[in-house]
Design a protein around this ligand. Structure first.
Ligand code: SAH
Length: 242
C-alpha cells in the first residue's frame, strides 16, 4: 500500500460543497491560495514554477465520506438520471478520493518564510489537502481534437443573475479583495442546483457559504435573484484568506 501526506492546504472562497463549479476555469473569479506545508514550505521547492501560467493539482476530496464509491454514478451533466462507470466521470465518489484540477497560477508569494501560491479559477473546497503540484505543459497536456465523451462542451450557463439593491450595495462595499458581485454572478450563472431541482417550475430558495458570507438567492424560471448577503461567524478551518 501507499501512504501520502499532503504537501499543502488550500484556502478557498468556497466554504461548502454546494455552489462550487463542477470543473476549474468555469468561474474565473474564484480565487484560492495554496499554502505549502513543512518540509516542502521552502522557495527552493517551487523554483521555476513562476514561469508556468497553469498548474495541475492532485488533491484529496476530503469533504467526501470515505468508502462511498460505486461502480456507476449519475453525472449531473446527464440530468442525474443516466448511470456511467465511475472511471468515465469526474465524480468525487471514487475508490481513491483523488481530485485533479488544472488551475491558473496568478503569482507566488513568499512572506516570512511561508510559500503561498495564489490561484484563480478553482473548483476546490476550503481546506482541501493537496498531494502534488505539477506544471501544466501545453505541448503535452493540450490535446487538439480530443473527444470529450458525454461532456464534449462546457456546460451551458443557463441563468440570468440579478441582485436585490441592498445585496448589490453590499457587494460594492465589501472590503474583501475579490469582485464579489462578479464572483456570485459567475457562480449562479452556472446554476449549481441538482438536476431534479432545476426541473421544478416553482420558485426555490438557496444559500451558499462564500468567504465568511452567506449568499442567498431565489431561482424563478431562468432568473437567479440574489435576495440577501449576510456576514457569518468566520470559519475555524481556514487560517488565511485567499
Ligand atoms: N476537477 C476535479 C473536481 C471535479 S468534481 C476533478 O476532476 O477531479 C468538482 C466538485 O468537487 C465540486 O463541485 C466540489 O463540490 C467538489 N469538491 C471540490 N473540492 C472538494 C473537496 N476537498 N472535498 C470534497 N469535494 C470537493
Amino acid at each position: 500500500m501507499f501512504q501520502f501526506a499532503p504537501i499543502g492546504v488550500v484556502h478557498s472562497c468556497f466554504r461548502e460543497k454546494f455552489g462550487i463549479p463542477r470543473q476549474p476555469g468555469l468561474v474565473s473569479a474564484a480565487r484560492a491560495t495554496l499554502e505549502l506545508l513543512p518540509p516542502y514550505n521552502q522557495p527552493a521547492a517551487v523554483r521555476g514554477l513562476e514561469g508556468f501560467s497553469h498548474l495541475w493539482l492532485l488533491f484529496v476530496f476530503h469533504g467526501v465520506p470515505a468508502g462511498r464509491w460505486r461502480a456507476t454514478v449519475r453525472p449531473p451533466r446527464l440530468g442525474g438520471n443516466r448511470r456511467l462507470g465511475v472511471f468515465a466521470t469526474r465524480s468525487t465518489f471514487r475508490p481513491n478520493p483523488i481530485g485533479l484540477s488544472a488551475v491558473k497560477l496568478d503569482h507566488i508569494a513568499v512572506r516570512q518564510g511561508q510559500v503561498v501560491l495564489h490561484l484563480v479559477g478553482v473548483d476546490l473546497l476550503d481546506g482541501t489537502p493537496v498531494l502534488d503540484i505539477k506544471p501544466y505543459l501545453p505541448y503535452a497536456d493540450r490535446i487538439v481534437g480530443a473527444a470529450g465523451g458525454f461532456a464534449s462542451e462546457a456546460p451551458e450557463t443557463g441563468l440570468v443573475v440579478e441582485f436585490d439593491p441592498v445585496a448589490s450595495e453590499f457587494c460594492a462595499a465589501w472590503p474583501g479583495d475579490a469582485d464579489l458581485r462578479e464572483l456570485i454572478s459567475q457562480i449562479l450563472r452556472q446554476d449549481p442546483r441538482p438536476a431534479y431541482e432545476r426541473a421544478s417550475p416553482l420558485p426555490q430558495l438557496h444559500g451558499m457559504k462564500l468567504y465568511d458570507l452567506d449568499v442567498r438567492w431565489e431561482t424563478r424560471g431562468r432568473v437567479a435573484y440574489v435576495t440577501e448577503i449576510l456576514e457569518r461567524e468566520p470559519d475555524k478551518v481556514s487560517l488565511a484568506k485567499p
